[in-house]
Design a protein around this ligand. Structure first.
Ligand code: EPU
Length: 335
């Protein structure tokens, strides 16, 4: 049953008070199929952790709430395949894998959102991306109502990118994702500086996957605002990639600019650093603001509208453009 005129405030982590003209929470694929048979102009809402809502939504809002986890049979010694339904909460799923001693997701602890949307932007943190543990996904094709399987190569994963954000945008609803994890010989990824430091500070020399997860959780809690306390959508912008020449020019004036080489010609620089250097870190404009510990995260202190957050994002983009000649692209989906 569709409900009418529902506030989406509790369905988006930014906490924006926007209304859906009609809304339904879907708990099975059959239910989802029936809906799209009748209406294909729908708005799919998942964990709501990577969207900024700037206007009321007139298309029917379908909240994906399909739950379930299944361990698949395999002959492989050290590998486990887990099929997870789209509506499972990401972090709760990660904690479940750790409890069962399945390795691979520990660096991706505490990321907001649901399993179904995790492949869309190839979520990543602390040296690991979804693509490193992804096996396949199933998606409902809206035009035909048929289920299609996407293997890793079909998803075209990139930095915060997949086919679902470009050529296949709006065409599919991801219904479940299968992950390939380790059972015994876990391949820990502790290269990321902050993880190393955290483990050393805790005198952990032989970390387990749980230790790595705890380190990641502690780092995230220190730097990133908890959406339950202060509304936000995680990183608002992507980290830009610039040419070596441009990077060298900036480095002359800012010797400390953090950077990661991408190729012989290209360098990635943190958007958070550029925004901080542009004077925005910790700044507040009404109820819209830039987080005090991580300038890449825009926040809603209570009653900011989506438009106010978007206006602030545009001011930041213009300022960074004028100061560094770098154009920041938004990571969050603006509706
Ligand atoms: N920095 C600043 N000022 C700031 C923020 C960062 O100078 O206000 C500097 C830091 O000192 C550091 C560098 O920028 O030298 C990178 O910062 P950090 O390690 O916090 O990571 P990030 O590049 O800002 C990315 C992801 C995060 C992810 C972290 C850790 C993107 C857009 N963001 O942030 O992802 O958690 O790395 O892997 O790639 C998200 O997507 O929502 C998200 C939080």
């Amino acid at each position: 049953m569709f409900q009418e005129n529902i506030s989406l405030k509790s369905y988006n982590t930014f906490g924006i008070d926007i209304y859906a003209e009609s809304f339904i929470s879907v708990i099975s694929i059959e239910q989802l199929k029936k809906i799209i048979e009748k209406n294909k102009d729908i708005f799919i809402l998942s964990g709501g952790s990577n969207i900024l809502l700037t206007q009321n939504i007139s298309n029917p809002v379908i909240h994906l709430n399909i739950k379930g986890k299944e361990i698949l049979k395999t002959q492989l010694q050290d590998t486990i395949f887990i099929k997870v339904q789209a509506g499972e909460n990401w972090h709760e799923f990660v904690l479940w894998t750790l409890k069962n001693n399945f390795g691979g997701l520990e660096n991706l602890s505490l990321i907001p959102g649901n399993v179904g949307t995790s492949p869309m932007q190839n979520i990543g943190a602390y040296g690991v991306e979804i693509k490193d543990v992804f096996y396949q996904l199933e998606a409902l094709e809206i035009a035909t109502g048929k289920i299609k399987i996407f293997k890793k190569e079909d998803c075209n994963f990139g930095y915060r990118e997949s086919v679902f954000k470009n050529i296949s945008k709006g065409k599919y609803i991801i219904t479940n994702v299968t992950f390939q994890l380790t059972k015994n010989h876990h391949k820990l990824n502790t290269k990321y500086g902050a993880i190393q430091t955290k483990l050393e500070n805790n005198n952990i020399t032989k970390p387990t996957i749980k230790d790595v997860s705890n380190a990641v959780i502690a780092i995230r809690q220190k730097k990133l605002p908890d959406p339950k306390v202060i509304g936000n959508g995680g990183s608002f912008f992507k980290n830009p990639v610039i040419s070596i020449q441009q990077f060298n020019d900036i480095q002359k004036d800012y010797p400390k600019i953090p950077h990661y080489p991408i190729s012989e010609e290209l360098v990635k620089t943190p958007a958070g650093w550029l925004i901080e250097q542009s004077g925005f870190k910790g700044k507040r404009f009404g109820d819209a603001g830039v987080h005090k510990n991580q300038a890449l995260v825009l926040v809603n202190y209570g009653n900011a509208t989506g438009k106010e957050i978007l206006d602030l994002a545009k001011i930041i983009q213009n300022t960074v453009q004028n100061k560094f000649r770098i154009s920041l692209s938004m990571e969050v989906n603006v509706i």
